[in-house]
Design a protein around this ligand. Structure first.
Ligand code: ZN
Length: 151
């Protein structure tokens, strides 16, 4: 096991045990549901967008595997204070990372803690777990109130 794998395990286990922003949101402006039938991951993602188009706060509820939960925990932390466009750009960078495409230098920097998910590309079946929360978030930003499924 190399350093990256160890960091990956440690950060994911920590966020799974102590998920950040893991609660309901009564004043959410956008909400979407994400479901990954292959793994059974099932979450609701809430966010509050202000008049300037900045994401003021994010939260999530639901249950799933350690990777999906840690991904939502880190994502909701990382996107606080970002605009919807910045969130979309970060999702593209994150998606490249977990699907094993070489990230550009810029996206590498902006990913921050999300970079620990680089190890996921070695486990193709877990890519959907890592991206589920992001798909739900994008669905919420696109105002779709329906269910977002990975299938
Ligand atoms: Zn999963």
């Amino acid at each position: 096991m190399n350093m990256t794998d160890e960091l990956y395990q440690e950060v994911i286990l920590d966020h799974n045990r102590h998920a950040r922003n893991y609660h309901a949101m009564t004043d959410a402006t956008h909400t979407a549901e994400g479901y990954n039938p292959l793994c059974g991951d099932h979450y609701q993602v809430h966010l509050k967008l202000n008049d300037q188009g900045v994401i003021e706060s994010l939260a999530f509820e639901g249950e799933g595997c350690a990777i999906s939960k840690a991904s939502l925990s880190i994502m909701t932390d990382a996107l606080k204070g970002k605009t919807a466009d910045e969130a979309k750009a970060l999702f593209e960078a994150f998606h490249d990372l977990v699907t094993g495409q070489a990230p550009s230098k810029d996206s590498d920097k902006s990913l921050g803690k999300l970079a620990v998910f680089g190890g996921v590309c070695k486990f193709p079946s877990r890519i959907k777990c890592a991206t589920l929360g992001w798909h739900a978030l994008m669905g919420a930003l696109n105002q779709s109130q329906g269910r977002v499924s990975t299938e």
